[in-house]
Design a protein around this ligand. Structure first.
Ligand code: GLU
Length: 411
């Protein structure tokens, strides 16, 4: 199923509950602007490489459009379009004053040198610098991009528009970034997991957790939940994973991964496990924190978790979502579960615009408060309307965007 078809299914379910008209649905689903640009660069070997860059600006009813920039071989317009809409609902669920956008370039960052990545990034900014900016659309890191990439974006944008640190978030702390942005998505996934377990009257200490993906989101989620006394029984990345029923030593694994180019296969503190095996482990919580679409109709029946927390964007296909509902597996949806990243992006943007600096304590405190409030609102809507947490989150987000659209008017 195409990414945009999958996200429309979730949208329509909530729109039905909200009794939205067809005209309103079309207005809310249609992106404001979709851009596709050519990025021609010279490789380190003096050859010409031509890439395609996308930016989809979905909706700005509640504020400037906001969302990450993804560098991955699977990137295409349809995926970026679906992810841009997810950002609109995500910023609305946590009630921060943004709309939604997403960008991407189809490339494999591991196959490019740092200098090549920098050239690609700067050429992309050259092509779209008039279309984004602090009051229009603010990019940020996503899969395959990092704080370093964000620094190049700010620097290149500044060549056209002058000093504008708020044109992009997720920058290095030493270059106009904010402490706590790097950990924010994983911290949010972890703290919301604890809130959900508590609401479900399940024990947090010793709860068993499996995390698929050990990139930015997965590693910080594992660290946070390890610190909260949970047992991280398995983690994996694209190359394989490790499993230990009594709980992995996460600080040790983090050390291993930083010494092995980010890889975790070969870690001696556990037994090897494949991604497919990890997804079917009997655990309290499964956190898919890597690619989209990893749980589909082919493997939904083999999932043995009580709770699934979507660390990644769109890891569950609608067919699998239906299976989980039928089997009583509780799903905490991406637009709430991984909203910690964009929330701290907002703090960074506010800080940049005020030429002020926040410390890590303030960042964590305000992040926890915002996510906590959003969780309670989604939980309440889910129980009062007898809908899943996903439908409740979409109802909350779509309702807010719809109201702002009506209040602003379309004349
Ligand atoms: N890429 C992240 C997401 O999907 C963060 C976006 C942002 O900080 O703007 O939520």
């Amino acid at each position: 199923m195409r990414s945009s078809e999958a996200s429309k299914i979730y949208f329509d379910r909530a729109a039905d509950e909200l009794d939205l008209s067809d005209n309103m649905r079309l207005l809310l689903l249609t992106a404001k602007r979709e851009v596709q640009v050519q990025i021609a660069v010279e490789t380190d070997h003096g050859e010409i490489a031509t890439l395609i860059g996308y930016r989809v600006q979905h909706n700005n009813a509640r504020g400037p459009m906001k969302g990450g920039l993804r560098y991955h071989p699977h990137v295409d317009l349809d995926e970026v379009r679906a992810l841009a809409a997810l950002m609109t609902w995500k910023t609305a669920v946590v009630n921060i004053p943004y709309g939604g956008a997403k960008g991407g370039i189809s490339l494999d960052p591991s196959k490019l040198s740092t200098r090549e990545l920098e050239r690609v990034t700067r050429r992309f900014v050259d092509a779209i610098h008039d279309l984004f900016g602090p009051d229009v659309d603010i990019p940020a890191p996503d899969m395959g991009t990092s704080a370093e990439v964000m620094a190049w974006i700010m620097n290149q944008y500044g060549k056209y528009h002058g000093f504008s640190p708020a044109c992009v978030t997720g920058k290095p702390v030493e270059y106009h970034g904010i402490p706590g942005r790097n950990e924010a998505t994983g911290r949010g996934v972890g703290s919301l997991t604890i809130k959900l377990l508590t609401r479900l009257e399940r024990s947090v200490p010793r709860a068993t957790i499996a995390v698929q993906g050990f990139g930015n989101v997965g590693s910080h989620t594992a660290q946070f939940l390890h610190d909260a006394q949970c047992r991280i029984v398995a983690v994996s990345d694209a190359f394989g994973g490790v499993h230990k029923e009594t709980g992995l030593d996460i600080p040790e694994l983090l050390r291993y991964s930083s010494e092995h180019g980010g890889r975790i296969d070969g870690f001696s503190g556990g037994d090897p496990i494949t991604n497919a095996e990890l997804l079917s482990l009997k655990v309290d919580v499964l956190v898919p924190a890597a690619l989209g679409g990893v749980l589909g109709k082919g493997n939904a029946a083999s999932v043995n978790a009580a709770v699934i927390v979507e660390g990644a964007n769109a890891p569950i296909e609608p067919e699998a979502d239906a299976v989980f509902l039928e089997r009583g597996i509780i799903v905490l949806p991406d637009i709430l579960a991984n909203a910690g990243g964009v929330t701290v992006s907002w703090f960074e943007w506010v800080q940049n615009r005020q030429h002020y600096q926040w410390d890590i304590h303030r960042v964590r405190e305000e992040l926890d408060r915002i996510l906590g409030e959003a969780f309670e609102q989604v939980w309440h809507l889910s129980t009062s309307r007898k809908v899943t947490l996903r439908t409740a989150a979409y109802m909350l987000g779509i309702g807010r965007v719809g109201r702002a659209t009506v209040l602003g008017g379309i004349e």
